[in-house]
Structure formats: structure tokens, C-alpha cells
Write a protein that binds this ligand. Structure first.
Ligand code: HEC
Length: 177
């Protein structure tokens, strides 16, 4: 009996050893997209894949240069602008301020002031894809917000910056409130 007991630890090892065989994980290694598996690893997507909510409005782009060329697929409806305003208050106001000029409470403390979003350059000169790309990938100093918002939500923010910020009555005040 004592001799048998000695084998128990070894028996306990058997299942873990079994997983070491190449065929042990065949069922797990499927074409399905796994958590943390980036789009780079899975292009083209498996047939009949269903895009996650909010992602279907934008083709996948790798960098700000590619983003710049994207046309805004979300019409600047009052609903989109209102949603963009909400998100702007959450993600952008700390640095760019309610006014968008860069006077947010955090922005005031930065050595390089966040750029003025009410400037002619952001309002008229750059393509909307540039703003979307800046939100998605960040800038030299600005953090990226690609992981925080769906692509369509980032377009909503773009719509607010371009079509709502200058006329928003709360956007004239300094600070974050
Ligand atoms: C942590 C502070 C911070 C936050 C939060 C932030 N920004 Fe910025 N932003 C900056 C700084 C600093 C710059 C200038 C340097 C750079 O581009 O990195 C900048 C630059 C920009 C530019 C480029 C303007 C130009 O003239 O090229 C855009 C567009 C922009 N921000 C939009 C946004 C939007 C929209 C949000 C919210 C989703 C946001 N930023 C959130 C700090 C911030």
C-alpha cells in the first residue's frame, strides 16, 4: 500500500504531461480570433467573421499617415456631434480644455501646451482623418486613445471638434468645468 502511495504524485503529473503533445492543443488552435491577438496576425479575417460593434465603419489602418487618407464615414449629425462632445469632455478636456485651446488643468502644466484645436489649421486645413489619426495613435507627446473608443466614437469626436466645438456655449470657458 505504502509503495502505491509513492506513485500518486506521478499520477497527478499525467494530465499536464499529456498537454505537451503537439496534438493536445489542436482543438484550441483554430482560425478564430483569440484575446490579445492583433489584427496583423489575422488578416484576412476568417470568412463570415462578424465585426465587433463600432468597428465596421473604418478599415484597419496601421499608422497616422494611413489614417490621414480616410474619409469620415460618420455623418456629422446632431447625434454624432453630441456623442463626440460627451467623449471630448471625458478624454480631451483635461489637456485641451473645454475651450479646446489647450488650457485644461493638465494642459496648463505641460511644457509643450496641447495644440489649439480651435485654430484654423485643425478646423479647416488638415483632413478630418488627421484628427482621427491623432486620437487613434497619439502625437509626439499626446497619448493615443485608440484603445479607449470605438473607431466610430473617434469619428464622433472629430465631428464635434470640426462642427461643434466653436459653437458650443460651454466651450468658451477656461478649465474643465
Ligand atoms: C495628456 C494631454 C492630452 C490629451 C488628454 C489630449 N491631447 Fe491632444 N494634444 C496634446 C499635446 C501635448 C499636443 C501637441 C503635441 C502632440 O501632437 O503630441 C496635442 C495635439 C493634438 C492635435 C494635433 C493638432 C495639430 O495642430 O496638429 C489634435 C488634433 C489633438 N491633440 C486632439 C485631441 C483630442 C480630440 C483629444 C481627446 C480624444 C486629445 N487631443 C487629448 C495633449 C493631449
Amino acid at each position: 500500500m505504502i509503495k502505491l502511495l509513492r506513485w500518486i504524485p506521478l499520477i497527478a503529473l499525467v494530465p499536464s504531461m499529456a498537454m505537451a503533445w503537439p496534438w493536445s492543443k489542436d482543438m484550441a488552435n483554430q482560425i478564430s480570433v483569440k484575446p490579445q491577438e492583433g489584427p496583423d496576425a489575422i488578416i484576412p479575417f476568417p470568412q463570415r467573421s462578424v465585426p465587433a460593434q463600432g468597428t465596421q465603419t473604418t478599415p484597419y489602418v496601421h499608422d497616422a499617415d494611413a489614417a490621414m487618407k480616410l474619409a469620415n464615414p460618420v455623418p456629422a449629425t446632431p447625434k454624432s456631434i453630441a456623442n463626440g462632445r460627451e467623449l471630448f469632455k471625458i478624454y480631451c478636456v483635461p489637456c485641451h480644455g473645454n475651450s479646446g485651446t489647450g488650457d485644461g488643468l493638465v494642459g496648463q502644466k505641460l511644457i509643450v501646451r496641447p495644440f489649439d484645436l480651435t485654430a484654423e489649421r485643425v478646423q479647416k486645413e488638415v483632413p478630418e482623418g488627421y484628427i482621427w489619426g491623432h486620437i487613434t495613435f497619439g502625437g509626439a507627446l499626446m497619448p493615443s486613445y485608440g484603445n479607449d473608443m470605438y473607431p466610430s466614437e473617434r469619428w464622433d469626436v472629430v465631428n464635434y471638434v470640426r462642427h461643434g466645438l466653436l459653437t458650443d456655449p460651454t466651450a468658451t470657458k477656461t478649465g474643465t468645468k
